[in-house]
Design a protein around this ligand. Sequence first.
Ligand SMILES: Nc1ncnc2c1ncn2[C@@H]1O[C@H](COP(=O)(O)OP(=O)(O)OP(=O)(O)O)[C@@H](O)[C@H]1O
Length: 346
Amino acid sequence: MDKNQIYAALQNVYDPELNRNLVELNMIKDVSIDNGNVEVVVALTTIGCPLKNKMKEDILNEVGKIEGVKSVKVQFGEMSDKEKEALFGKKKNSLNSFENTTILAIGSGKGGVGKSTVTANLAITLANMGYKVGLIDADILGYSIPQIMGIKGVRPVAIGEQAILPIETHGVKIMSMGNLVEEDEALIWRGPVLSGVLEQFMNEVYWGELDFLLLDLPPGTGDIPLSIMQEVKDARFLIVTTPQITAKGVAKRLGIMAQKTNTDIIGVIENMSYFQCDKCGEKHYIFGSGEGEKLSRELDVSFLGEIPLLKEIREGSDKGISPVVDLNSPVGKIYKAIGEKIIEDI
Ligand SMILES: Nc1ncnc2c1ncn2[C@@H]1O[C@H](COP(=O)(O)OP(=O)(O)OP(=O)(O)O)[C@@H](O)[C@H]1O
């Protein structure tokens, strides 16, 4: 048994947050062998890494499999600033390229139409379909993603000055202002500051490889949607509305703003379309019907689907348990069909 075998085994151990193996990440600082007793020294990106026990377990497992190994000891240290810089690049430069990522900015005209709920559920659906998905809560002042995704009070891990790691849940990597500030803290910021925060979320959070990055926008046609249209290259808009005429009217203005800035609109989703009676099965169109589809025709974009008004959806987001985790549930199937249409379109 020699060091090469140990290094080869360590290539099977991954940093769960960075999704690359420890050798490739240059995290193995030393390997020593003394009469079958192996010691591995690992430099973590941050010594408080919450997943170091998992890494230790994987090292013990992989190295322990090698013939002739009697015992394995793992020691943890922390990377130097220079090493972190080599890994994540210098601050200021973006940590991400998004070259192979579809950026979907999800907006609505009016507030309360369920845009954040739709964004969260769509993110989970795409992740369940096998895609690598990130989600930025770009509703920086009115964030609700931590509540919906069940990560209220969870803090993201910072790697020195270099990077922040997104929080991962339901297979989706998430960044929200709600995970950075104290609960109930009122943020009083103007447009340019908000756009700066969004820029940081895109550039200074280490997203790794993503197929989709979903941005949950604040409602309306304010600074954030406008700066995304103007500054985020290749972002596509997805508009969520309800069947109410007032909601559709304001959503149309967002669509026209996108068209004026030459931003692609991938389609319209109508949320809270109908209530299906759980006793007789009849569909009741409480808020009217057909407005989402009408909006898509008026904007000349795809109509992606209707999501019913369901107690489970409201309960799911209030409790932080999404109802679409199971793609075979009735809501899951609707979201999956929407996900497939989006994929077909891109
Ligand atoms: N299809 C649905 N059926 C039942 N309840 C829903 C549905 N979609 C959303 N809701 C509920 O409606 C409320 C508002 O949803 P949400 O916060 O997603 O709206 P929003 O458009 O993002 O609001 P804001 O404009 O404040 O960001 C939440 O309580 C949510 O659980």
